[in-house]
Design a protein around this ligand. Structure first.
Ligand SMILES: [Zn+2]
Length: 216
């Protein structure tokens, strides 16, 4: 199965990507993994990407696309893959479509993890990090009432990334980029949405059921 996974920050996309890919016996291909593999492998593309990352700049689309193309050409990706983090926008989706058709292939399905904004804010803005051991606690899920780490006694704080304002901003950016991508795939009749609230195993189960009609 050739599958793209999309979902907002805080949807548990990384975790689901891993479980779904392993259930389907296909490689999970995330842009983060591809970047790291190219940089640590010392490839030409990795060297170029690293220059941008070291300056704190975004890696240009052409470089990302070339890395994705290389990765999708590898033998383990010939019978299927789960893409996580690519495509990020409609132009990338169009390039992916063209790339796959050159390989004589096409996407089977795009799975969207659906979580409403307030749930994302509750999940992310409820996180507290221990300043001493780095463990993350959650005010609701761990029923954390005080600001002391139960493991090491360190003081808990809220990371800037987890502040409600930052979380809402990240959601806005996500909606801006991804809403057009989601409607692009809806128009291509490839989009399937799955409710991504509740226990992790239940979400995986729901996803597997939603994907069943697309399995070979
Ligand atoms: Zn601690």
């Amino acid at each position: 199965m050739r599958l793209v996974l999309v979902g907002p920050p805080g949807a548990g996309k990384g975790t689901q990507a891993q479980f779904i890919a392993s259930n389907l016996s296909i490689p999970k291909i995330s842009t983060g993994d591809i970047f790291r593999a190219n940089v640590s492998g010392g490839t030409e593309l990795g060297r170029i990407a690293k220059e941008y990352m070291d300056r704190g700049d975004l890696v240009p689309d052409e470089v990302t696309i070339a890395m994705v193309r290389d990765r999708l050409s590898e033998s383990d990706a010939q019978d299927g893959f789960l893409l996580d983090g690519f495509p990020r926008n409609v132009p990338q989706a169009e390039i992916l479509k063209k790339m796959l058709s050159e390989f004589g292939a096409a996407l089977d399905v795009v799975l969207e993890l659906v979580v409403d904004d307030e749930e994302v804010v509750r999940r992310l803005a409820g996180r507290r990090t221990c300043g001493q051991c780095g463990r993350i606690w959650h005010v609701d899920f761990d029923d954390k009432k005080d600001d002391v780490c139960d493991v090491c006694g360190g003081r808990l704080y809220q990371r800037e990334d987890d502040s409600e304002e930052t979380v809402r901003h990240r959601l806005e950016v996500y909606q801006e980029q991804t809403a057009p991508l989601v409607s692009f795939y809806a128009d291509e009749s490839l989009l399937v949405g799955v409710d991504a609230t509740g226990p992790v195993e239940e979400i995986t189960q729901r996803a597997m059921e939603a994907l069943r009609p697309f399995a070979d």
